[in-house]
Ligand binder design. Structure first.
Ligand code: PBG
Length: 345
């Protein structure tokens, strides 16, 4: 029976005061929790981890408080702990001790990420999803995400798209051979997903999944990450020639469609907090899982403001992660993963 107001039958319709009183469902934690539309779950979080070749002790990263460059051994310990905390996945980034023009450490079977993937596959097996970032910027002496078509110091030089695809295919096979369950191309080259899918399938890795950084924007929020991987882009360059322009959202759907047509299993939007509209648009557009990368600059802002006592770290952290999930991300890559698993679950 509907309640009545002034003798009229009157359903509880939002805004129909006084019948509708949204505050009724906000009266207690239990009620609020019962009707919450969005829940964070540690199983959806991916912890980005850095491993550096040739160091004996983990190295702190000044601009990413609480995050370190791991040694091979400290990485193993970290991933075992993350697995027991219920973290869904880890994504590895390598910092090689020597870099060159094509970034060959990225596909060397003895390259740092390949060695670590093999360690981790033995340690945690299928208990945690092992992902590898697939790009060459950490491995090239010029810091670009692909091979160059001219001298690094020439302003007319650009990244050679198709020559880079061949290298990405080799990296994918090296990572899959070493034990990666998911490879994650982040270089924003056209055709990269197709090149990687073909290379994997040809090498017998048809079960290795691809999480494509599909809508990856040329963002100023990657600064601390570049400290973490010791990358400086040659001659004051930038990535605007291959990463997306942040004024565009429809273009993100073009990139997502292209990646899905080429065989992506998961599509990603990056960064996350400044691109919640893009996450929502991609979520509405596709039926595959959507990932979002809460990037280094977003994390660093939280750490800096809370260190100054200007905001409450834990409250803002949960609010931010919830916003990313609410916008439509199924999977969140975040440097907060361990903190969340330890304190919020
Ligand atoms: C490229 C890559 C970058 C990030 C993830 N993969 C850097 C870039 O595109 O310059 C940034 C992640 C972050 O800022 O946390 N390999």
């Amino acid at each position: 029976m509907n309640p009545s107001v002034n003798g009229l039958r009157c359903p509880v319709v939002a805004g129909n005061f006084p019948v509708s009183r949204p505050r009724r469902l906000r009266r207690s934690d239990a009620l609020r929790h019962l009707v919450a539309e969005t829940r964070l779950d540690v199983a959806n979080l991916v912890a980005p981890l850095f491993v550096r070749e040739g160091i004996d002790e983990p190295q702190p990263i000044d601009s990413l408080p609480g995050v370190v460059q791991h040694t091979r051994d400290s990485l193993r310990a970290e991933v075992s702990e993350l697995a027991s905390l219920g973290i869904g996945a880890v994504i590895l980034f390598g910092v090689p001790s020597t870099k060159n023009s094509i970034g060959s450490n990225a596909f060397d079977p003895e390259g740092i990420v390949q060695l670590c993937l093999a360690d981790l596959a033995g340690d945690v097996g299928d208990r945690v999803v092992l992902m590898a970032d697939l790009c060459v910027d950490e491995y090239t002496d010029h810091g670009h995400c692909g091979v160059l078509d001219g001298p690094a110091d020439d302003p007319n030089t650009s990244v050679d798209n198709d020559a880079t695809l061949e290298i990405y295919g080799r990296i994918a096979v090296a990572q899959a051979t070493a034990g990666a369950h998911v490879v994650a191309p982040s270089g924003m080259m056209d055709g990269q997903v197709e090149a990687i899918r073909t290379a994997l399938d040809t090498a017998g890795f048809s079960s290795t999944a691809i999480m494509a950084y599909s809508a990856k924007y040329a963002s100023a929020l990657y600064g601390p990450f570049r400290d973490a991987v010791d990358v400086t882009i040659a001659s004051g360059g930038n990535r605007k020639g291959y990463q997306q322009d942040y004024r565009n959202v429809r273009e993100a759907l073009v990139e997502v469609d292209a990646d899905l047509a080429q065989g992506a299993d998961i599509v990603m939007v990056k960064p996350a907090l400044s691109y919640l509209d893009v996450i929502a648009a991609v979520r509405a557009h596709v039926n595959v899982p959507v990932a979002a990368y809460h990037v280094s600059g977003e994390y660093a802002m939280l750490k800096a403001a809370s260190a100054n006592g200007w905001i409450d770290h834990d409250a803002v952290a949960v609010e931010h992660l919830t916003a990313i999930k609410r916008a439509g991300a199924d999977v969140i890559l975040t440097y907060l993963a361990r903190w969340f698993a330890e304190t919020q679950q």
